[in-house]
Design a protein around this ligand. Structure first.
Ligand code: ZN
Length: 409
């Protein structure tokens, strides 16, 4: 039987579990050791460590302490791994806990985290998604059900000292270009809520003050939020420290490309079954700077899409030179406005784009001055016809159900 090397208690605090950490630092002690060829299971809390509840009020999303995220399980030592190697990780399977068959999606308040379309959705809102085997649906969003493309939002190896210093330097430089901005341009080290695993004493305090936050994706992978890095995928991670130090968390039942709602995908607690191997000296052999991966042989089969185009002209009509961020925003806003014609609120439509197996593509980046991005909405996730026709949209939703706001809204 495959051993579960890291266990979590969903009713307890992540801070009481010394096999969990929420910062990146080369000195975080390894909590387990495996050999190349081994397979093992790691349990994970949801990324917030249980801050979001299965209820109908978004106070918890509004008040979430984002300095605490992400709670990661690890780091796991891989015997014989050295800087410059590639760590090959097979994601053999991912699953939910029997007593936690649900996940959440939310929009952070603009004052606390924000999101991709925060100017349009400045209030905290959330939707709860129930799992039935491989399928999910939400009591807050009628008319839609889909199969999960289950994946870890966050996985990677510990950074080296030099890499950590580089991250902190460049992110501080970016932050300092607009230090008063809300939401902030980058999340800087913050000692107060750091969980440094098994570190103790002065060494722990020093590391907590400089440990990199887990929010951005970086050279080691980290919080890439790639929906296709799903169960069945094979990933190759750069190794920067002796024994690699593999950590994982932020499991998602499903997510649309871009994780545009930021809180985020369908976030869940669960377990992940991994197998590791090493390619000695693999970083140089294959010119690897960032991780590479092969997708799963098993993915939900949604192959009919309604595709929304967006160009790099913003809501005010201002032209942005080949800006795919602006173009993808426009594609998403176009899809949201379209779905409102079928009775969805804008918030429900936004949540669907964040949660469902929606594809995002960079379609053109050369036709000056406009970039073109597309959002691919799978039509078969809806239990009604969402395609345009001469009769116009047939509205089957009565509008009585919407995403919960916080109580005082
Ligand atoms: Zn996530």
């Amino acid at each position: 039987m495959t051993e579960t090397i890291i266990k979590v208690d969903l009713k307890g605090s992540a801070y009481d579990n010394d096999k969990i950490h929420n910062r990146w630092h080369p000195d975080i002690p390894m909590v387990e050791k495996v050999k190349p060829g081994d397979d093992f299971i790691i349990e994970c809390m949801d990324w917030t460590g249980g801050q979001i509840k299965n209820d109908d009020c978004a106070d918890d999303v509004r008040d979430v302490d984002l300095t605490k995220v992400h709670f990661l399980s690890g780091p796991v030592a891989i015997e014989g791994a050295e800087p410059g190697d590639l760590l090959e990780v097979d994601i053999l399977d991912i699953g939910t806990f029997d007593d936690s068959q649900w996940g959440f999606n939310g929009f952070f308040s603009k004052q606390n985290g924000g999101g991709f379309l925060t100017e349009h959705f400045p209030e905290a809102q959330k939707s709860i998604w129930d799992f039935k085997g491989m399928f999910t649906s939400s009591r807050h969003i009628p008319g839609v059900e889909f199969a999960g493309l289950i994946h870890p939002g966050l996985i990677g190896c510990l950074p080296s000292r030099e890499m950590l210093d580089e991250w902190n330097k460049r992110e501080k430089e970016l932050f300092d270009t607009e230090p008063e901005r809300v939401p902030e341009l980058a999340t800087l080290p913050y000692a107060d809520t750091a969980h440094m695993g098994r570190m103790t004493g002065d060494a722990r305090d020093a590391a907590a003050a400089e440990g990199a936050r887990t929010v951005p994706p970086r050279e080691h992978g980290g919080n890439c939020d790639i929906k296709d890095l799903s169960r069945g995928a094979k990933v190759y991670f750069p190794v920067y420290v002796k024994e690699a130090g593999l950590s994982v968390g932020d499991l998602h039942f499903s997510q649309g490309d871009g994780e545009i709602t930021f809180c985020g995908a369908i976030e869940m607690a669960g377990w992940i079954h991994l197998r590791v191997n090493l390619i000695k000296g693999g970083m140089e052999k294959y010119a690897i700077k960032n991780p590479i991966f092969k997708p799963s042989p098993i993915t939900p089969k949604y192959d009919d899409y309604l595709i929304f185009e967006g160009i790099s002209v913003d809501e005010e009509g201002t032209n942005h030179y080949l800006d795919v961020h602006v173009a993808y925003r426009q594609a998403c806003l176009n899809a949201i406005n379209y779905l409102t014609k079928f009775g969805y609120s804008k918030a429900q439509a936004y949540a669907i784009l964040g949660c469902a197996p929606v594809q995002g593509h960079i379609s053109g980046v050369v036709d000056i001055p406009n970039a073109c991005a597309t959002v691919w909405l799978p039509t078969d996730i809806f239990d009604f016809d969402v395609q345009p026709n001469a009769d116009g949209p047939k509205v089957e939703l009565d509008g009585s159900i919407d995403l919960p706001l916080s109580k005082d809204k």
